[in-house]
Design a protein around this ligand. Structure first.
Ligand SMILES: NC(=O)N[C@@H](CC(=O)O)C(=O)O
Ligand SMILES: [Zn+2]
Ligand SMILES: [Zn+2]
Length: 345
């Protein structure tokens, strides 16, 4: 008999849906499985105001397949010009669930990010007051810091002082990649949480650099050593409510990835929950998957847990070599290879 696993319908707490024509290619992959997703605002130009976020939300809803009830949870992109009034407007809109901090230049489309956090204290105060979570791409951009150390240096240099100055601010450290980040989250107050991606649970940096350079495994924060991957798996499967699912599924065209200066981002929405199931099964922790995927994130955001369920079957399937992406194609995680779980129709 095929092994099955039924769980409360999950949500994706970190997703890049991009914009325009590709929305119609991307939304079904998320909506087949997840009820809601936190939509990252790093478009070109970035989503920095409430009207922009609401208009983007309408474009997503218009591109959503009518039979799939998927709810986009919008975010604002914090810049050097964001005002406390904008935070209040965002809160009052009823559709904006968080504000995203990109240190300027840290990742894809982060050029408009924050140059000096110390000068953004009025806005952070407004966030703390409004109870709107601050989502953080936690890497320093200081070029003298080794790329493999940028997350742990960010925690020491910026995050610890931030928590000291804003003890009630709700923070999600996004897509954590190191044992140091796990230790930090474990030791922090309960208003501090973290998302963990499927690729950082499955892969270490050998998957990017051994046996030839593999641009489709390049993302930010960059894949780390095996001991870090193991620390992430331990955190995700621990049952600690501070850790929850966020795919960081970040599609780019095949051409933008396979070039002399390829961009960062791994696409995983086509198999996200299935890949997490592989990780949890691998350490005998399938019983913890539901809480990580379906409870902890909703609880942290103060949103109701979903009412319906999804069913996973232990039945291998082959991921396509490529997927449509507007006028081009993208190369999905596990392209041309097997995933051992699949979502029942
Ligand atoms: N994770 C990535 O490597 N890329 C993301 C940006 C981000 O989440 O940092 C993207 O938008 O492509
Ligand atoms: Zn990021
Ligand atoms: Zn991201």
């Amino acid at each position: 008999m095929t092994m099955t696993l039924q769980l409360t319908r999950p949500d994706d707490w970190h997703l890049h849906l991009r914009d325009g024509k590709v929305l119609a290619d991307l939304i079904p992959a998320t909506a087949r499985c997840f009820a809601r997703a936190i939509i990252m605002p790093n478009l070109r130009p970035p989503i920095t105001s409430t009207p922009q976020a609401l208009a983007y939300r309408e474009r997503i809803l218009a591109a959503r397949p009518p039979d799939l009830g998927f709810e986009p949870l919008m975010t604002l992109y914090l810049t050097d010009n964001t005002t406390p009034e904008e935070i209040a407007r965002a809160r009052n809109s009823g559709h904006i669930y968080a504000v995203k901090l990109y240190p300027a230049g840290a990742t894809t489309n982060a050029d408009s990010g924050v140059t000096n956090l110390r000068q953004r204290y009025a806005v952070l105060e407004a966030l703390q007051e409004q109870g709107l979570p601050l989502l953080i791409h936690g890497e320093v951009t200081d070029p003298s810091v080794d790329i493999f150390d940028r997350e742990q240096v960010f925690i020491k240099r910026h995050l610890i002082p931030l928590l000291h100055d804003f003890p009630a601010l709700r923070i999600v450290l996004e897509h954590i990649t190191t044992a140091e980040a796990v230790d930090f989250i474990n030791g922090a107050q309960k208003n501090i949480a973290a998302t963990i991606t499927p690729h950082h649970l499955l892969l270490n940096r050998n998957a990017m650099l051994a046996g030839g350079i593999q641009p489709h495994h390049y993302c930010l924060p960059v894949l780390k050593r095996e001991r870090h991957r193991q620390a992430l798996v331990a955190a995700a499967t621990s049952g600690n409510p501070k850790f929850f699912l966020g795919t960081d599924s970040a599609p780019h065209t095949k051409t933008a990835k396979e070039t002399a200066c390829g961009c960062a981002g791994i696409y995983s929405s086509h198999a996200a929950l299935e890949l997490y199931a592989e990780v949890f099964e691998g350490v005998g922790a399938l019983a913890q998957l539901e809480a990580f995927a379906s409870f902890h994130g909703a609880d942290f955001y103060g949103l109701p847990r979903n009412q319906d369920t999804v069913t996973l079957l232990k039945a291998p399937w082959r991921v396509p070599e490529k997927l449509p992406f507007g006028d081009e194609v993208l190369i999905p995680l596990r392209a041309g290879a097997t995933v051992s779980w699949q979502l029942a129709e």
